[in-house]
Design a protein around this ligand. Structure first.
Ligand SMILES: NC(=O)C1=CN([C@@H]2O[C@H](COP(=O)(O)OP(=O)(O)OC[C@H]3O[C@@H](n4cnc5c(N)ncnc54)[C@H](O)[C@@H]3O)[C@@H](O)[C@H]2O)C=CC1
Ligand SMILES: O=C([O-])CC(=O)C(=O)O
Length: 267
């Protein structure tokens, strides 16, 4: 039985817990919530058969097999780094956070001191296995386009580029490097950061972001070229009702990754 602690219990966290409820080989014992939100999170978990215990920090004597982050950038600083130091293996979904200067190196150092590992989850995108394999032979270019419904760009700098409530056709809201995309659109930059880490890095991965009032999907398209040849993929993700910025595939990516740790065969 895999004993899991989950950080964050929002749109992704709740949906993951629902899917894990009937898996006899995995159990989420603890959920770590932001201070002040414990009662709300307990309410969200009230209908579960075996609701996890809600805490605001991992107890000093807790030794989960895995800690899975489904919370956001701050949670990496607050919970993931200390857990790695304690030797607890961590899975990260907020990969966009790793665009912050020096954070990758700090995570590596903490994992080395704890003699443990960090796994970055593919989340809303696929093809990361092929991209990081292609990197071994040498990549020439990686171009990524992220297209989301206009409402998914609310409360972001896109509001200064166009009137999200008034546009009637697909509008480019950003063109530049993955580093700049992550700085301006941290909550929508997980895919760009994941492609960068698997491929050519934040400065050489080219990003275009589009607000599309006629779409109700989060469409992630990328094209990679290099010594291996070339490939492109397009993923049309359905957004979660609880958070239109987040594609449902992210939830399934977390469940898959946990299953790969819990079950005899991983794929
Ligand atoms: N890798 C990928 O492809 C994707 C990654 N994400 C990332 O996953 C994360 C979660 O996404 P959603 O569940 O949709 O967001 P959400 O906003 O619905 O839920 C996040 C939850 O985490 C909690 N939280 C925030 N900071 C915390 C902290 N320091 N400690 C404990 N709890 C904390 C919040 O209170 C909230 O309940 C976000 O960072 C998002 O950027 C989302 C979609 C795709
Ligand atoms: O589609 C999603 O779930 C999230 C997304 O675009 C990103 O963070 O890059």
């Amino acid at each position: 039985m895999l004993n899991i602690t989950m950080i964050g219990c929002g749109a992704i966290g709740v949906a993951v817990l629902e899917l894990l409820e009937n898996d006899a080989q995995m159990r989420v014992e603890h959920v770590i919530a932001s201070a002040g939100s414990e009662a709300l999170v307990e309410q969200r978990l009230a209908s579960f058969k075996r609701p996890p215990q809600v805490l605001t920090a991992l107890p000093a004597d807790a030794r989960p097999d895995l800690l899975v982050e489904c919370a956001g950038h701050k949670a990496i600083e607050e919970h993931v780094l200390p857990a790695l130091e304690r030797g607890i293996a961590c899975l990260i979904v907020s990969v966009g956070a790793l665009s912050e200067l020096g954070l990758v190196e700090r995570l590596e150092a903490a994992a080395a001191r704890g003699n443990t590992r960090i796994e970055l989850l593919p989340g809303a995108i696929g093809g990361i296995d092929a991209l990081s394999a292609a990197k071994v032979g040498g990549l020439d270019s990686v171009d990524y386009t992220g297209r989301k419904p206009a409402r998914a760009w609310k409360n972001t700098p896109a509001e200064q580029v166009c009137d999200l409530d008034a546009i009637d056709q697909a509008t480019v809201i950003f063109e530049g490097s993955a580093r700049e995309a992550a700085r301006l659109y941290p909550k929508n930059a997980n895919v760009a950061a994941t492609l960068s880490l698997a491929g050519l890095g934040l400065d050489r991965t080219r990003v275009t972001l589009i607000a599309d009032p006629r779409s109700d999907e989060n469409v992630h398209h990328f094209e990679a070229r290099g010594a291996f040849g070339g490939f492109e993929m397009s993923l049309r993700g359905k957004p979660l009702q609880a958070n239109p910025k987040t594609s449902a595939l992210t939830v399934y990516s977390v469940v898959r990754a946990l299953g790969n740790h819990a079950h005899a065969i991983s794929i």
